[in-house]
Design a binder for this molecule. Structure first.
Ligand code: UD1
Ligand code: CA
Length: 418
């Protein structure tokens, strides 16, 4: 087993989400939460990632099946976070070294602070190093109890807190680095003497300390990084923070977003310099946008959209699984699905590719410099040659329009160019 390892807890149901889906599969900016945590662990240096699955195990495995460094451990019954970590013991065999333990419902964790925690744990030779955070509102989190000298004493779950403990605003975000095999010894000593009758991972640091091992709690995490998603309200808060990080990254890279508040951009979207995104646009899915493009207002770009440099996609235009080459312009009210559009093409207002015949999706290919008239319908599969002109309102049903020709009418027929 190659270390450092990361154990991600994701077996719980997330009852408060009121969902048939496993909690960690709920999406933040277009991606299931667990993906962000996997990325953060990997970015912090984890070489092997073990995801503990239980409720909705098959769904979670499926969502992560393309991640080569991710393994799965099954927790048969959800007996608590400590029990969940124990479920990894067999898989980890006699691995010795550091292991992150993180929870799958904190999608805003970033790799940088996690890497710092690992470095500190190694420097300190700590059996357990915990990142903690001081937050304005500690509701829902375990609280960090320290002695008067500031040394870590224990974590108290909210439900087990006395009123004065509940006022502590240093909290446990479940970001630990444990040294193995020491952690296994501590986990063997867990009991269920708490308000929930569960095996709490949060008891492990104190047990290690009682065994004479070094335990350190460092308040180095930011409140935004540790937002835990337990409800749909939390999900929307996580979404808002993630969305502003995405906007920020794109703007730093030279993209203008005129009104970030009304612009939805999925985390998988890449955009080139000097492109301007106008208000009320939705960019959802794997999308690549070149330089100097204009998108929106009110554009809906969906999965598989690729815009080369200098493309305009304007108001009430929807695109999906479509590529548009350099300088092409689709200004208003158009739908392009499964379309491959050349360079310098103009698609008029209201033109659509009719890509779905009720059973199958079919492709449309439009050559360079073609002009698609207002309100034209291209019934797919269809191929419009370079330089062809499709008259306003024409319905192309014949599949192929010759290069440099002009077609008009319903169904479209070729006429002589004047
Ligand atoms: C836990 C911590 C708490 C911390 C908070 C936020 C414990 C006992 N409490 O509480 O101190 O402030 O997270 O980080 O650890 N899970 C399993 N198997 C189980 C139970 C949970 O895999 O049997 C997984 C869940 O899927 C979830 C994660 O562990 O991803 C945390 O569980 P959750 O129920 O959300 O714990 P909290 O009550 O938030
Ligand atoms: Ca939680």
């Amino acid at each position: 087993m190659q270390g450092p390892v990361a154990i991600l807890l994701a077996a719980g149901h997330g009852k408060r989400m009121k969902s048939s889906r496993a909690k960690v599969l709920h999406e933040v900016c277009g991606r299931p939460m667990i993906h962000y945590v996997v990325d953060a662990a990997r970015g912090a240096g984890a070489k092997t990632i073990i995801v503990v699955v239980g409720f909705g195990a098959d769904q979670v495995r499926e969502a992560l099946r393309d991640e080569p460094d991710v393994l799965f451990a099954t927790q048969e019954r959800q007996l608590g976070t400590g029990d969940a970590v124990r479920a990894c013991r067999e898989l980890l065999g006699d691995y010795e070294g550091p292991a992150f333990v993180l929870v799958g419902d904190e999608p805003l964790l970033r790799p940088g602070p996690l890497a710092d925690l690992l470095a500190r744990q190694q420097d300190d030779g700590a059996a357990c190093l915990m990142g903690t955070a001081v937050v304005p509102d500690p509701t829902g989190f375990g609280r960090i109890l320290r002695d008067t000298a500031g040394h870590f004493l224990r974590i108290i779950e909210q439900r087990d807190c006395r009123p004065e403990e509940a006022r502590i605003n240093e909290v446990n975000p479940s970001c630990y680095v444990f040294e193995l095999p020491g952690l296994w010894e501590a986990l063997e000593r867990l009991d269920t003497g708490n308000a929930q009758g569960e095996y709490y991972l949060t008891d492990a640091p104190t047990l290690l300390q009682d065994m004479g091992r070094k335990v350190v709690a460092l308040a180095v995490l930011e409140p935004d990084d540790i937002l835990g998603v337990n409800t749909r309200q939390h999900l929307s808060q996580a979404h808002a923070i993630m969305q502003s990080r995405i906007h920020d990254r794109l703007m730093t890279d030279g993209v203008s977003i005129v009104d970030p508040r009304s612009t939805y951009i999925d985390g998988r979207v890449t955009i080139g310099e000097d492109t301007v995104i106008y208000p009320f646009s939705v960019l959802n899915g794997n999308i690549v946008i070149g330089r100097n493009c204009r998108v929106g207002p009110f554009a809906h770009l969906r999965d598989g959209t690729v815009l080369s440099d200098g493309v305009t996609v304007g108001a009430f235009v929807e695109t999906v699984r479509s590529s548009l080459e350099t300088g092409t312009s689709v200004r208003h009210l158009a739908y392009l699905g499964d379309a491959q559009v050349g360079a310098g093409v103009n698609v008029g207002a209201g033109a659509v590719t009719a890509n779905f015949n009720g059973t199958d999706k079919n492709p449309t290919v439009i050559g360079d410099r073609a002009q698609i008239g207002a309100g034209a319908v291209l019934v797919a599969p269809s191929k419009v040659g370079p330089g062809a002109v499709i008259g306003a309102g024409a319905v192309v049903t014949k599949g192929e329009v010759a290069a440099e020709s002009t077609v008009v009418g319903v169904p479209a027929r070729t006429i002589k160019r004047t």
